[in-house]
Design a binder for this molecule. Structure first.
Ligand code: GAL
Length: 487
């Protein structure tokens, strides 16, 4: 656990740099029907046989709803100064809608959590939506597919949160990864609400249109919530509001082939600029997407475009890995959402994108992270908050001394955070936070409990979900002490 590999960047980060962990309500809270909480689409999904890899559900998960005080104490012992978590919409408004009742007990839970964090000197970063649409809204009008209904309901929910929790919160995130929500839930159909064109998998849905409709709804909903915050709450609450986008680095498979260069840029545009161009650059979707998708991609009205452009005060970035991208010589499939490309684990020379984790898509590839940071910074010139980054590691099945000494995860953090510090120090990229994914092992959506991303091992068999710290938690503390300069 020495800091040899990051000697070059000692003191590279500013004194007020935020570092800690990110989590999501549906993945850690448990208490799925306790104290008045309504069901979310993820409760429904996890209770539907065949949807989750290990046939598990998140009814209890890691019980952070009950154990939040213990968790905050543990996080403090890990030396963090910030914590990013999400609010469960259906815990706060069980039926979700603008005319539905508010659940005081739900609000009270989040208020208690925030107080506990503040008492311990940990700054809360609060996400309003991390994929868990209230089931009642899904039933009522199809959730995010119906922009005209979803937007006012989401704005109302946000208002309730700003009113009750806003006085204690300075960092708001509207949506977590609107792109993954749209693609996994409505294109691939492997996440809630489980819609796609593939009838062997899902009864309903249209992968060629719905993901783009849902993406549009989220952008417009974000725009309205941001406007509400800025006009009504920010003047006295003094916080900041933004969105978190997903995005991995796409590298040309054959560096020398202009068609692969183009394909890699197109892949970045389909994945990242789909949201980031409307928000930070043009108020519209990238030309490459319009060219491939035509009218299956919604059109911004002039009002929407104006609302969305400039509405996010920072660039929240979730990133995990890198891929090699090759062009296709055939026309794009109607259900394609990647820009008509192949993605590979090795490039033309046979160089691998990186060592395997315990998650099929995730490989250790810090070399792409610095490129990604530079690409986003050059294109959008907006301060970046890293809101998620982390890994699983092979063989983590029991809390043995070897497993708790999680060398692969330590190497991952050293590699990625080192590249982050170099992007700041050498390339002048403005980066203000790093939230590792994640604090404890948790319920990884359709992967269930099989993918362990935590810096804390969870014994799922014990009723109290015993927490066992892994060494990477202490390594991150050392790493940030080394990287952050004194005031
Ligand atoms: C992100 C997501 C997280 C977590 C992570 C690791 O896409 O926001 O909730 O699941 O991936 O798989």
């Amino acid at each position: 656990m020495d800091l040899e590999a990051v000697q070059d960047v000692k003191g590279a980060l500013c004194p007020d740099f935020f570092h800690g962990y990110a989590t999501a309500a549906a993945q850690v809270e448990g208490a799925w029907n306790k104290d008045g909480k309504g069901q979310s689409i993820w409760d429904t999904f996890s209770h539907t046989p065949g949807k989750v890899k290990d046939a598990s559900n998140a009814d209890d998960s890691v019980r952070s709803y009950d154990l939040y005080k213990e968790d905050v104490a543990l996080m403090k012992s890990y030396g963090v100064n910030a914590y990013r978590f999400s609010l469960s919409w259906s815990r706060i408004i069980p039926l979700g809608g603008r005319n539905d009742p508010v659940n005081e007990q739900g609000l009270q839970y989040y208020s208690n959590l925030i107080d506990e964090l503040l008492r311990n000197g940990i700054t809360p970063f609060v996400t309003l939506f991390h994929w868990d649409t209230p089931q009642a809204l899904e039933d009522r009008y199809g959730g995010a597919l119906d922009q005209s209904q979803f937007v006012p309901d989401f704005v109302n929910y946000a208002r309730v949160c700003f009113e009750h929790l806003g006085p204690k919160v300075r960092h708001w995130i509207t949506f977590n990864e609107p792109g993954v929500f749209a693609l996994a839930g409505y294109a691939a159909g492997v996440h809630a609400p489980a819609r796609s064109s593939f009838r062997e998998l899902n009864d309903v849905g249209d992968s060629s249109t719905e993901p783009f409709t849902v993406g549009h709804t989220q952008l417009v909903a974000h725009g309205h919530v941001s406007r509400l915050y800025k006009t009504t709450f920010q003047p006295h609450q003094q916080g900041t509001i933004g969105i978190t986008l997903h995005g991995n680095w796409s590298e040309p498979w054959d560096e020398a082939d202009p068609l692969d260069q183009e394909a890699a840029e197109r892949a970045r545009e389909f994945e990242i600029a789909w949201y980031a161009d409307p928000l930070y650059r043009t108020g519209d979707y990238p030309a490459s997407m319009r060219a491939q998708l035509g009218d299956r991609l919604p059109h911004f009205t002039p009002e929407e475009s104006q609302l969305v452009l400039g509405s996010s005060e920072f660039y929240g970035m979730n990133t995990y890995t890198s891929f090699f991208v090759q062009h296709k010589d055939t026309p794009a499939d109607i259900n394609d959402h990647k820009g008509n490309i192949f993605s590979h684990d090795n490039n033309k020379q046979g160089v691998s994108r990186g060592a395997e984790s315990d998650t099929h898509w995730l490989r250790y590839s810090p070399w792409g992270f610095r490129k990604l940071l530079n690409w986003v910074w050059a294109r959008y010139r907006t301060p970046i908050y890293i809101t998620e980054n982390g890994t699983t590691a092979q063989g983590e099945t029991a809390p043995t001394p070897e497993v708790l000494d999680d060398k692969f995860r330590i190497q991952f953090f050293e590699g990625y955070v080192g590249e982050l510090a170099r992007a700041v120090q050498c390339d002048g990229v403005d980066i203000r936070s790093y939230f590792a994914w994640t604090f404890t092992d948790n319920w990884e959506w359709a992967a269930g409990y099989s993918d362990r991303f935590g810096s804390t091992f969870i014994d799922y068999d014990s009723p109290e979900k015993t927490r066992h710290p892994k060494q990477s938690a202490y390594y991150l503390d050392k790493l940030f002490t080394h990287l952050i300069s004194s005031p």
